[in-house]
Design a protein. Structure first.
Length: 351
């Protein structure tokens, strides 16, 4: 359980683990440089229950903390948990039994029920597929149907594929599951094994663009591996900067196609575009068209980015650019293009 500044939630998370019906485990709490009351809470809990082992160090980041937890784990099975969620009492019991009954499985996850910041039931739950073949298919399409904080895995499998990779910041989970699925099947239980807390300080809310980039990159590199080609990110030791043209060029054309799209998205979403020059608009439109041809990103992503440019082209009375822009939008999504001139274009959640 990686923890950073989770004083409001970490005790509930830890106690839900300590209350498991399957009682033979140790809880590794990796404190990733917390500067709130989290360290004191963890120490108090560890003093009261010897199954908790608190690991401290400098700021490693989420991927570094996860890999440290893997390195320190001593059991053949490793479960994941986030410091703001709540495990159901029989989670470990169900997952241990599932892995014992199916020795070929590498990972077993489960369904989640959603709660708010105060722990109130939001009356929503996941419907992730159960069958390994369906899960592998959805993962290959970029749909992470393996809920990271619900996972129990064979430690040997996670270590064999190299653990988590820093190049895939904010989507380190789907990159890992894609690599695991190449070696061992992944299954989901039909049971809710975790209450997933929705609140305003989650990584997915703060860094959505990075998450989308890392997901698209994970899907592309998995496709390359399946075709027998090398993974161009295998030696990357940190998040990839889509604006670093030299570094991107060194990673090859497959990565460059995705990076060019997200570099354009980054510029477009970073501030107002109404004052953009013709050249700046053309450059962004060209990057998005290249992404479409290469299959980088989704049609919806590309359409939303183009829609952000439309007010600039219309306000500047640039009919040729506006016509070209509408043509690109039409190729991506005809229905949304028909609506685009009549609706306000807001800064979206990028999804």
């Amino acid at each position: 359980m990686p923890v950073r500044n989770a004083q409001h939630f970490v005790e509930d998370a830890a106690r839900s683990v300590l209350a498991q019906s399957h009682a033979c485990f140790e809880l590794l709490a990796i404190d990733d440089g917390s500067d709130d009351a989290t360290p004191q809470i963890l120490e108090r809990l560890a003093a009261a229950d010897g199954r908790i082992r608190v690991l401290r160090g400098g700021r490693l980041g989420l991927v570094g903390a996860l890999n440290r937890g893997l390195a320190e784990a001593r059991a053949p099975l490793v479960a994941r948990m986030d410091a703001d969620d709540v495990a159901t009492p029989k989670r470990f019991e169900l997952q241990v039994a599932a892995l014992a009954a199916a020795p070929h499985l590498g990972v077993v996850a489960g369904q989640v029920a959603f709660i708010d910041a105060a722990g109130r039931d939001l009356r929503r739950r996941s419907r992730h597929p159960l069958d390994p073949a369906a899960i592998a298919e959805r993962l290959a399409a970029g749909d992470c149907v393996v809920a990271h904080p619900t996972v129990m895995a064979r430690r040997q499998v996670l270590e064999a594929v190299g653990g988590y990779r820093a190049a895939y910041q904010c989507a380190e989970d789907i990159d890992l599951w894609l690599r695991v699925a190449e070696r061992a099947p992944i299954a989901n239980l039909p049971d809710v094994v975790l209450h997933y807390r929705i609140h305003g300080d989650q990584v997915s809310a703060r860094q959505r663009l990075r998450q989308m980039f890392s997901t698209d990159l994970a899907v592309k590199t998995a496709s390359l591996r399946r075709s027998g080609a090398p993974d161009p990110t295998s030696r990357a030791d940190g998040p990839i900067d889509w604006n670093d043209t030299d570094a991107i060029a060194a990673l090859g054309p497959d990565v460059a196609e995705i990076a060019s799209l997200f570099a354009a998205m980054d510029r477009i979403y970073s501030g107002p575009v109404r004052g953009w020059t013709d050249d700046a608009l053309r450059e962004a439109m060209t990057a998005i068209e290249r992404a479409r041809i290469a299959g980088a990103g989704s049609a919806r992503q590309r359409h939303r980015v183009l829609a952000r440019l439309l007010p600039s082209a219309l306000a500047g009375r640039r009919p040729a650019l506006a016509a070209r822009l509408l043509g690109q939008m039409w190729r991506e999504d005809r229905w949304r293009t028909l609506l685009a001139p009549w609706r306000e274009v807001r800064t979206p959640g990028l999804d």
